[in-house]
Design a protein around this ligand. Structure first.
Ligand SMILES: *Cc1c(COP(=O)(O)O)cnc(C)c1O
Length: 395
């Protein structure tokens, strides 16, 4: 079976690793590792016409994904979610061409399904039996789900005040769930302890290289669904920032194989005012972020006080000429209601944050009337009963 993945590389020190063995962080400098592919081989193995005939899931991009033997794939049809025009709504603010990528339609109700499908499939291929991760909410549910399907044991640690719905889904999927006082960073310490004491494979955000590969497919799909004409800007609600790094890598790979041309879209980070370490670092011109104390927002996926891949997110934003913006929970609630009432799209507060950001960036002049803009809705409102209530309580 042909392997298209060629090696893992450290983006900090350049060390290389064998992709057919299990790896976590770079053993030389503790940076996250990134997957590289033999792009010439990809180019000769598949073309756009072949792709167009394939099944409508993220696995249609198999040659740009790390799994070598497709029988290892664990899939519920995640990805290839609709790219919906919402120009009828945004035209009121002077934005003529805006689409929303509705990743709330994924299995488990969030785009975490992409990362979990890829990560669990590759873990199975590598012969791993038990995986462990901390989560702010949705990642736990997604990994528990795909782990159950693959017959892998999944250990999850979550803040005690993480959404109840995420706790319940982990339990129903049969994961081993512990609740921890504090934030996702504290849950991370608990997982690190478990990994040291047991034979668990650490699949924390960016501590294994394949979650990002799953999320990369968001970028591949946006390009394909816009008929290979890249948009001008993509707005992404960033917690750990995996999705935005993935989109950046995916679009670079499409460019390298000649499927898209021209400038990459401006990649724009959206965070919550109550937890905006990446926005702060961007505004201060720093290469990485500082721990954000007392992180608070009802958009639980954005409650990440310090991201391991912060330097990669900031690189992606700066190299593409993007920017970063923080929005309030009140604005997220307002946009949840507006999206639902005006377009019928039932977006998570994180996704609604990107709509609030688009309005702000249009007012600031960072987006112009003719810019072709894509917003990523990363989850379904169905997983946020508390946020739904707050959105309704708003005037
Ligand atoms: C996890 C999550 C995010 C943030 O994703 P990162 O890749 O960690 O930046 C945004 N929205 C939702 C709904 C999430 O579950």
């Amino acid at each position: 079976m042909p392997a298209f993945i060629s090696h893992l590389v450290c983006p900090r020190c350049g060390s290389r690793f064998d992709p057919h063995k299990a790896h976590n962080l770079c053993t030389a400098c503790a940076s996250p590792l990134l997957a590289e592919y033999d792009l010439e081989k990809v180019q000769s193995a598949v073309d756009k016409a072949t792709l167009a005939r394939r099944g409508e899931s993220m696995w249609r991009y198999l040659e740009l994904l790390p799994v070598v033997d497709p029988t290892h794939i664990v899939s519920f049809g995640e990805g290839f979610t609709p790219l919906l025009s919402i120009a009828a709504l945004t035209r009121d603010w002077g934005l003529e061409a805006v689409w929303l990528k509705d990743d709330g339609l994924n299995p488990t109700g969030s785009f975490k399904a992409r990362g979990a499908s890829c990560g669990i499939s590759k873990a199975r291929e590598l012969g791993i039996r038990e995986v462990a991760l901390p989560t702010a909410g949705n990642a736990g549910g997604a990994w528990a789900c795909y782990g159950a399907a693959a017959g892998l044991r999944v250990h999850v640690a979550m803040p005690r005040d993480a959404p109840v719905i995420n706790q319940l889904e982990c339990r129903l999927y049969g994961a081993d769930l512990v609740l921890v006082d504090g934030l996702i960073s504290d849950a991370g310490k608990r997982i690190a302890q478990g990994v040291r004491e047991h034979d668990w494979f650490d699949v924390s955000t960016l501590k294994e290289p394949y979650r990002i590969e799953g999320k990369k497919t968001l970028g591949l799909e946006i390009a394909e669904q816009l008929d290979w004409q890249l948009p001008d800007a993509i707005l992404y609600p960033a917690g750990g920032g995996v999705g935005i790094i993935g989109i950046w890598r995916g679009l670079q790979q499409l460019k390298a194989i000649g499927w898209v041309t021209g400038e990459l879209p401006r990649l724009i980070v959206v965070q919550a005012e109550g937890c905006a370490p990446l926005v702060k670092a961007f505004e201060e011109g720093r290469a990485d972020s500082e721990f954000w104390p007392d992180a608070r927002t009802f958009a639980s996926g954005l409650r990440v006080p310090k991201a391991l891949g912060d330097f990669l997110v900031l690189r992606a934003v700066r190299e593409t000429g993007g920017t970063a913006v923080a929005v309030s929970d009140a604005q997220c609630g307002e946009m949840m209601k507006l999206l639902a009432g005006r377009t019928g799209i039932f977006a998570a507060p994180e996704g609604a944050a990107t709509l609030a950001a688009a309005k702000i960036l249009r007012e600031r002049g960072d987006l112009t009337a003719r810019d072709r803009v894509v917003l990523i809705n990363t989850g379904s409102a169905l997983k946020y009963p508390e946020a739904m209530g707050e959105a309704l309580a708003m005037q």
